[in-house]
Design a protein around this ligand. Structure first.
Ligand code: A3P
Length: 297
C-alpha cells in the first residue's frame, strides 16, 4: 500500500533503494572516496532536524565566537553543504569535489547523506562528527513545509506524511537515518549526538557539551554572546544564516509568500500542525523503531 509520490520523476531517484535528489546521480558514488582529514568537523543530520542551527553553534565555538568577523559571512561558505556544492559544480561542468579538496583546513562540512553514501574515510580517519536528531513528528512537519515551499510539492499533507512514514521522501527513512548513527555512536567516540530539543530547552548546557567534545573553552562572556546569537529571533534576522535567495526563489512562484528558511523554531510544532490520526501513526512507528534505543517514544 505505497502512497503515490506527486513529485516529478526528474527530481528524485532511487540509489541503494533510498530516494535521493536526482541531481546527486552524477557524484553519489564518488562521494564515497573523498578525502577526510582528522581536523575536519562534520555536521550530519536527516533534513530539518536543526542542521543550520547546530552548524552555526559548532562554527562559532571552533572560531572563538567571531560573530562580527569571518563569522558574519554566509554560513554556506564557512560550512559548505557537500552534496549541494557538488550539484553546483556539476552544473558548471566542474569536478564536484574540487571545492572540498581545496578548502582551507580545518574544514567544516555539512551533509544529509545516510551512512551508506558518506565518505568511507569518516570511519577510519574519524574526524569529529556532530549528529543532530529531532522529534520525528516535528521533523516531518518541518520537512512538509520544505517540500511545499522549495520543491513545490502540491500533494496533501496527509499524503506527504504517508510518504515520510514509508521512507519515500528524499534521504529515505528518518528512522533508519537516526537509528544507524545512534547504533554507531558507542563504537565511535568521534560522534556526538545532539538533539534539537536539548538545543531549544537546554542551550547553554548543550553548548558546553559541544565545547567539551570539540576541545574548545569559551569564556563566560563568549558563551553569553553565543547563546544570544543562536536565539531563534536573532538567527531568523541574520541574512548570513537565514538566506534571502531561498525566499526570492519561493516568491518567484508564490508572490507575497511569507516563507523564510528559519520558520517556526519550536518543539511540538506537530501539536497544531499534524492531523490527530497521524500523531498516532507516528507514535506507533517511533515506539516500534526507537523503543530499544530509548529515543523519542
Ligand atoms: P521549523 O520548520 O520547525 O521551524 P535544518 O536546518 O535542519 O533544515 O532545520 C530547520 C529547522 O530548524 C526549522 O524548523 C527551523 O526553523 C529550525 N531552526 C533554525 N534555527 C533555529 C533556532 N535558532 N532556534 C530554533 N529553531 C531553529
Amino acid at each position: 500500500n505505497i502512497p503515490s509520490h506527486p513529485l516529478p520523476s526528474n527530481v528524485l531517484s532511487k540509489f541503494n533503494n533510498i530516494i535521493m535528489p536526482r541531481a546527486y546521480e552524477q557524484f553519489i558514488e564518488s562521494i564515497w572516496n573523498i578525502n577526510v582529514y582528522e581536523d575536519d568537523t562534520w555536521v550530519i543530520t536527516y533534513p530539518k532536524c536543526g542542521t543550520t542551527w547546530t552548524q552555526e553553534a559548532v562554527w562559532q565555538i571552533c572560531n572563538d565566537v567571531d560573530i562580527e568577523g569571518i563569522g558574519s559571512t554566509p554560513l554556506r561558505q564557512r560550512f559548505p553543504f557537500v552534496e549541494i556544492q557538488a550539484v553546483g559544480a556539476v552544473a558548471h561542468k566542474e569536478n564536484p569535489f574540487e571545492f572540498i579538496s581545496e578548502m582551507k583546513r580545518p574544514r567544516f562540512i555539512k551533509s544529509h547523506l545516510p551512512i551508506c553514501f558518506l565518505p568511507k574515510q569518516l570511519w577510519t580517519v574519524q574526524p569529529k562528527i556532530v549528529y543532530v536528531a529531532r522529534e520525528p513528528k516535528d521533523a516531518a512537519i518541518s520537512f512538509y513545509h520544505h517540500y511545499y515551499n522549495l520543491y513545490r510539492y502540491r500533494g496533501s499533507k496527509e499524503n506527504f506524511l504517508d510518504l515520510f512514514l514509508s521512507g519515500l521522501v528524499e534521504h529515505g527513512s528518518y528512522w533508519d537515518h537516526i537509528e544507524q548513527f545512534h547504533l554507531l555512536k558507542p563504537h565511535y567516540p568521534n560522534i556526538m549526538f545532539v538533539t534539537y530539543e536539548n538545543m531549544k530547552h537546554h542551550m547553554p548546557r548543550t553548548l558546553n557539551e559541544l565545547c567539551v567534545f570539540l576541545n574548545k573553552t569559551l569564556s563566560g562572556k563568549q558563551m553569553e554572546k553565543l547563546v544570544s546569537h543562536l536565539q531563534f529571533e536573532n538567527m531568523k534576522e541574520n541574512p548570513g544564516i537565514n538566506p534571502s535567495h531561498l525566499k526570492e526563489t519561493v516568491q518567484r512562484h508564490r508572490p507575497g509568500s511569507e516563507y523564510t528558511f528559519i520558520r517556526r523554531g519550536i518543539t511540538d510544532s506537530h501539536k497544531d500542525e499534524m492531523p490527530k490520526e497521524y500523531i498516532e501513526k507516528f507514535n506507533e512507528m517511533t515506539k516500534g523503531r526507537f523503543h530499544e534505543l530509548g529515543l523519542y517514544h
